[in-house]
Design a protein around this ligand. Structure first.
Ligand code: ITT
Length: 200
């Protein structure tokens, strides 16, 4: 059974591949297929975007696919950047410029008001038809400065609850034990392993 991970984000892909281990599937990324569609992420929710990516890619490739849409919701910003996490600082946004904007908007905001939640939605589709959706959350707070070198995106500014280190300081293997993505993929793996066509 072949499974395509429908993402163009290499950092996410790396985490997803590790987290899918143990599942009886051969994992491919979009890099293995020429001309896979560039899905426009115009949904209002992470779920809408994840479902759209999984359906379009699995339909085009006529394969089994999983898509990840994820984002960081910050209480003080009324849930922003949320679904806009990738392009928070506008056109040409980078991880660095997004973190810089976030820290600027939270400048002088006390620790008690820096609560945030990482969310990840994994959609699973087979040849254009949705098979299941799984969600994972990781609560924490936004630090006062960027710290740490591992991971990607908002990892250097996100401190998960019960820890005093950012995701980027703790390293990917520890992050993968508690992250939004690991929780969502644990549920997704259960759905995939029960999916009948796996055994056809
Ligand atoms: P694909 O749509 O191709 O999968 P993308 O980067 O556009 O890639 P999203 O639309 O889901 O993906 O955007 C998610 C953004 O949220 C991502 O670019 C990061 O900035 C951030 N993000 C998601 N998961 C993260 C994590 O585990 N750690 C840090 N930042 C994360």
């Amino acid at each position: 059974m072949e499974l395509v991970v429908a993402t163009r984000n290499k950092d996410k892909l790396r985490e997803i591949k590790v987290l899918l281990k143990g599942l009886a599937v051969e994992v491919f990324s979009l890099d293995s297929f020429k001309g896979a569609p560039e899905v426009i992420e115009d949904g209002k929710t992470l779920e809408e975007n994840a479902v759209k990516k999984a359906i379009q890619v699995s339909e085009f490739l006529k394969k089994f696919a999983v898509a990840d849409d994820s984002g960081l919701e910050v209480d003080f910003l009324n849930g922003d950047p949320g679904v806009y996490s990738a392009r928070f600082s506008g056109k040409g946004a980078t991880y660095k410029s997004n973190n810089k904007k976030l820290l600027r908007l939270l400048k002088d905001v006390p620790l008690a008001k820096r609560k945030a939640c990482f969310k990840c939605v994994i959609a699973i589709a087979d040849k254009g038809r949705i098979v299941g959706v799984a969600e994972g959350k990781c609560r924490g707070k936004i630090g006062f400065e960027s710290k740490g070198k591992s991971g990607f995106g908002y990892d250097p500014v996100f401190i998960p609850d019960s820890y005093n280190k950012t995701f980027a300081e703790m390293g990917t293997s520890r992050k993968n034990k508690i992250s939004h993505r690991s929780k969502a993929l644990l549920k997704a793996k259960k759905i995939i392993s029960k999916y009948p066509s796996l055994y056809q």
